[in-house]
Design a binder for this molecule. Structure first.
Ligand SMILES: [Fe+2]
Length: 254
């Protein structure tokens, strides 16, 4: 399994705090059946700055450590980039790091709302040849209150990633329900752990895929897993034709 969203790099954000903790997280990943993890430290979320170059160095160091410990896990470089006014400039100055140097880029929105300039910025990113992936839309109050906002962004080319602990119900019943609705409405394309620690924010990725399988069949599980593989190789992820997204059905749920 591939996990495309994690905070496994030690000492760079609110994820693993030490190398020892990163190793424990890596061991848990292997036990869960994960062989590849994209490290996506927070960037510009108001608390943490993690620029491309330092992430690359930290990923290299962690991979070395894992090899020394004989842990069969590969860490790929990435970044959880918070949407901010200077983002396009930071792209030009090589501060931004798309996932595994592909055209896919994580975009995190503030949890309480969807900034007005989101649609324009996602459009600008696509003009630069990038495929923005909105991380955990199911936990964003703006989308929960007004799902049409998400429909609009996805129909204009954005991709989205849901979190395994959301679909398993660990963020509460309402988040789980909304997450399942996003899958049903085909407004999401990737499942990932967003692991921060083994104690409070563990992987639950295998569990998450099991829920997908149980609720939507093996085909759904396969499609989400395949999309993670396609992403890492910079190939085109499966997505619905925006014209075919069941808007009425989706909006009728709320
Ligand atoms: Fe994250």
């Amino acid at each position: 399994m591939i996990d495309i969203h994690s905070h496994i790099l030690p000492g760079v954000d609110d994820g693993a705090s030490t190398s020892e903790e990163a190793i424990l997280i890596a061991q848990a990943a292997v036990e869960e059946g994960i062989n590849t993890i994209i490290a996506t430290p927070h960037h510009q979320n108001g608390k943490y700055i993690n620029c491309k170059q330092s992430i690359l160095e930290n990923v290299e160091a962690l991979n070395k450590l894992l090899r020394n410990e004989n842990i069969p896990l590969t860490i790929l470089p990435g970044q959880e980039t918070r949407i901010h006014g200077d983002l396009m400039n930071e792209l030009e100055t090589d501060v931004i790091l798309p996932l595994n140097h592909t055209n896919y880029i994580f975009i995190e929105l503030p949890s309480g709302h969807v900034p007005r300039y989101t649609e324009q910025m996602l459009f600008d990113l696509q003009l630069k040849g990038l495929s923005p992936i909105i991380v955990h839309p199911e936990r964003n109050a703006g989308f929960i209150e007004n799902p049409e906002l998400l429909y609009k962004l996805v129909s204009k080319g954005a991709l989205t990633q849901i979190t395994s602990s959301s679909i398993t119900g660990h963020f509460g019943k309402n988040i789980k329900k909304f997450t399942l609705q996003l899958v049903e409405a085909q407004l999401t394309h990737f499942l990932a752990s967003d692991v921060h620690s083994l104690k409070n924010r563990p992987f639950r990725l295998a569990d998450g895929y099991n829920v997908l399988n149980k609720e939507f069949g093996a085909q759904a599980e396969y499609l989400f897993k395949e999309n993670a593989e396609l992403l890492v190789q910079n190939l085109t992820a499966y997505r619905m034709d925006p014209m075919k997204i069941k808007k009425k059905k989706f909006l009728g749920i709320f």
